[in-house]
Write a protein that binds this ligand. Sequence first.
Ligand SMILES: Cc1cc2nc3c(=O)[nH]c(=O)nc-3n(C[C@H](O)[C@H](O)[C@H](O)COP(=O)(O)OP(=O)(O)OC[C@H]3O[C@@H](n4cnc5c(N)ncnc54)[C@H](O)[C@@H]3O)c2cc1C
Ligand code: FES
Ligand code: FES
Length: 1221
Amino acid sequence: MTLLTYLRRKLGLTGTKLGCAEGGCGACTVMVSRYQTHTQQLLHYAVNACLAPLCSLHLVAVTTVEGIGSVARKLHPVQERIARAHGSQCGFCTPGIVMSMYALLRNNPTPKMADVEEAFQGNLCRCTGYRPILEGYKTFTGGCCGGKGRENGCCMANGNGAEKTTPLFTATDFAPFDPTQEVIFPPELMSLTKGQRSGSLCFRGDRAVWLQPDSLDEFLRLKWEHPDARVVVGNTEVGIEVKFKNMVYPVILAPAFIPELNTVTHTEDAVSQTIVYFHPISDLNPVFMAAGCKLTLMDKGTHTHTHIHLCDIPGICFLLRSEFTDKTTTLRPQEVLLSIEIPYSKKNQFVSAFKQSPRREDDISIVTAAMSVTITPGTDVVEDLGLSYGGMAATTVLAKKTASRLLGRRWGEGLLEEACSSLAEEMTLDPSAPGGMVTYRQTLTLSLFYKFYLMVLQKLRANNGSEQAIPALASRCVSVTCVLQAVPEGRSQDDAVGRPMMHLSALKQATGEAVYCDDVPLYENELYLALVTSSKAHANILLMSRLVTFLFSVQVTCVGHIIGAVVADTQLHAQRAAKAVRIQYEELPAVVTIQEAIAAQSFYQPIRTIQKGDLEVGFKQADHILEGEMHIGGQEHFYLETNVTLAVPRGEDGEMEVFASTQSASKTQSLVAKALGVPANRVVVRVKRMGGGFGGKESRTTVLSTVVAVAANKLKRPVRCMLDRDEDMLITGGRHPFYGKYKVGFLNSGKVVALDVSYYSNTGNSMDLSLSVLERALFHMENSYSVANVRGRGYLCRTNLPSNTAFRGFGGPQGMMVTESWMNDVAQSLGKPSEEVRRLNLYVEGELTPYNQILDQFTLDRCWDECLSRSVYQERRAAVDLYNRQNRWTKRGLAIVPTKFGISFTAAGALAHIYTDGSVLLTHGGTEMGQGLHTKMVQVASRVLGIPCSKIHISETSTNTVPNTSPTAASASSDLNGAAVQNACETLMKRLEPYKTKNPKGTWEDWVKAAYFDRVNLSANGFYKTPDLGYDFDSNSGRAFNYFSYGVACSEVEIDCLTGAHRNLSTTIVMDVGHSLNPAIDIGQVEGAFMQGLGLFTLEELHYSPQGVLLTRGPGSYKIPAFGDIPTQLTVSLLPSTENIYPGIFSLQAVGEPPLFLAASVFYAIKDAISAARVESGISGPFRLDSPASAERIRNACSDRFTKLCPPAEPGTFRPWSVQV
Ligand SMILES: Cc1cc2nc3c(=O)[nH]c(=O)nc-3n(C[C@H](O)[C@H](O)[C@H](O)COP(=O)(O)OP(=O)(O)OC[C@H]3O[C@@H](n4cnc5c(N)ncnc54)[C@H](O)[C@@H]3O)c2cc1C
Ligand code: FES
Ligand code: FES
């Protein structure tokens, strides 16, 4: 059992969250403390409870988020500061982040900012964009004035001094941090640890026995007795195998407490480090190999030491694998690894290690390398050379041929050429190699050698002055500026509207007290459900073994298609049973990619078209015509809380209570009612809060909630299911991949006069919301540019992938991404600055969109100009150009990109009760998923009722209070529900008015009481519907949107042309949110959306096999942005707004989705930098760059002498590991 399961299920400590179960998200972080007797020191570690075996915690103290503070008792400063700095949105990641910070402070009460960033390398947050977390915790770092020096360049000062701004939080109000007041290590544990050796331990479970020897002799004896026993230390490898690969290890040996295996000894000629783990693509293996390390193995039988030089072993991962696989390889079953001897480097020896991974932090490498060269003293002649690579085969490999060819050669250009051509021959990969990225990996072997070559050259020439710098990306020190709108002078302190109020649940989220769906305590007779899903993309089910409670389908149309479900007493039993189900399939032909769908004409109907002007005339008028295409990959929502439902039969009249993590309570209610065959009035759906949604919980949650409800109804017992991360990623779909094909006509000036564009979306095996998503892509096909003659067509590709669905932006980002691609092409083909061409084509107020909507309340030009000036665009451009002239292997790029995002949605309801003590219970149709909707609704009610927010409470969203609600989606929930809340509150105020008039000096409570005694109804509902909506595709008329949100961003990046890595140097965002209801929440939405867009366009890649199997099913293989991906300089400003030109409630503008697309500025800045690199190779003009701009794509696009040595295999001659869907 893991520590996490024990905490949550046995102790009911639900503050520690489950996000992935694979050590990749940090939601489960706790602090583990141990007393070390020989140093008499207390050691504190931040540990992932999801991988920590409970058995490994003997004599260890575990501190969870509940243990350091609570809202009711006293908050710990670590909890208070993240909450008050607005670092918690959905809050699901918050306890883990709190505990990482807490563990850091226990070890180092005055950390530096770099320590803080390092402490968070294992924590992910999908909502906040990380900036507020870092800002809040900056107050713990030495040298931070806590906001006192706002006037003197303080890091927390917002704006540029000249601007009148409101601070997002006041750090001087924070409770002081006193490290002497921490919880002490339990004295009984201390005396137990001091008084005895830990002793050998044995824990017996129903399927495994855990043996923890306390001496080397016993370890050897046990290994001798149980040769098949699995050795476990940190459990980061074995834990994954057990959880995700269904491995069963009946005997586990835990040697963590054996002193000989945990020491580092410095001898005269080497460091002997006892280190007990390896990994096939380990970062350390290449270093050990290149350095010529020596292993010492031992077993009880011979009791002798066997020494092996690592460079003698063809693939050292077999060393450990051999225990279970190939008995003829080096490590015998009874043998254990005692130590690794790392030799000191010699004079004239140079050693370097390299790692290239998709994400900079917390990521397994794509290619890892270590290189060591010894130069004959006084010369530049190679005496000894070791080149070792990981990621180029199933094991770490040495480039022996290349190394031997270079012996005796002089370290110079000739050697470089020979090394590269030899490495290109030796380090080959099969084009179908697992992991894909074949050309990139091959090129990396050369690029990394070139870096090593330069490094050694620089050292050799140190005395003469170096001629070439080693290409490395700029180092970082994050600085952030938020420019808010000032609260208007004279506004009452009691009026919460426009103030940066903290998210109402933030404190509870930071202490772990906030209750999420899976935190609802277990019912006594509760059961757990596990899904049985298809492993084939398209097949008939012929046979199914074992007992399955439900059979939903006889034909499956995607991998992950739900076939049935198993219900058992515990999660473990249900999941084991589900995995034991064997299914026999008859496979049918499958369509996986967009290109396959186009070839097969596999489309859902209708095919949508929007057309305006005359294309023929437009293209005739054009001076130039160009054609291009672009593919935009899909995106996983990666809400930190996966889908979860708890269904509780109420025992009479078919009533069912459903607790669900869903954005759509009403849809859940109606589908559950349908599945159970009862009217909707028997089903109550409750949503307290979600750990993130982003559109992924709008419609797809119902695939789980209906199954769970059916099971609960059938068994007449409560049934729960929380999907594991891999199941969630496999089953629930994500953002639609898009392929865009365009033909654009333009004048010499850069003015675009004709556009013909086609969009193809990979819809998957059902329509879901795909038609609306595609329509939005078409509605955004011109982004912010005026094009007189335009035709956009949209096709829904029917494929055998899980149905794709809503995702923040809802097709808009894909639509606009293609726009920016042709806009970029136009500028490049004319050799004009892209900023100039974009500006030339920008809409002006009063113009008509292709769907004939007039652009009024137009602020895009203001956003553009403000962004240009805030980013000091022209100076920056000149600096970038200068940098690029001076550097060959790193290049900088700059881009400014606008967005115009249409807002429209349907209707909303609200219900407000005033109780006789004056407290108000508010309900509305929207759900809280971290976006701060409840907080904003309380602010609205507070203003209308004229009472402080503290008197107003929102408990949950439920279908029995506000019926028939729209899903919380489309960025319009504040507008819609805010207007409904306003409506309800105004009704109540009208009813209270006579009592206010009668007693003008009275209090709110006086008026409420008077009204109550006068038998006035103190409960009112409210309603709002968006007026005048209704676009018709056939006639291209009617309003598509209620209004538009505008924003502009400028980004600068630096790329490493040799590895494809990039760094986000700076981003300036100007967003028009109208009159912000809550600037802290709005800034949080802007940053969060921007970072999600950054993931979409530069980092996140879903890999599918050609057979339609999703290969990336967790944070280990699918990388969302981490702390280190925030732009080094980030400026977010809300467009100052004095006019009341906005249609939304209190003149607010929607903010949830529109800023996401602004991350395209990073993508096009990368493209700009690649262009500069290509110029060095004599290549100019437009080129195709698909999204995301991954390290692989960047490297491959920076065509140069190294890439030429590694040409890609001819398409069609091999079956790739993964395909672009
Ligand atoms: C989230 C995450 C991120 C990761 N990131 C990286 C990364 O960036 N770079 C990287 O290189 N790796 C990375 N890894 C892989 C990780 O480093 C390995 O899983 C880790 O090295 C295994 O160590 P462990 O003690 O936790 O393994 P365990 O699961 O405890 O397994 C130990 C392994 O070593 C064997 N073993 C232990 N002691 C002995 C002994 N004395 N003699 C013989 N065999 C022994 C065991 O049989 C077993 O195979 C990551 C893993 C996770 C989960
Ligand atoms: S790291 Fe443990 S749940 Fe993700
Ligand atoms: S607040 Fe971090 S994941 Fe939601």
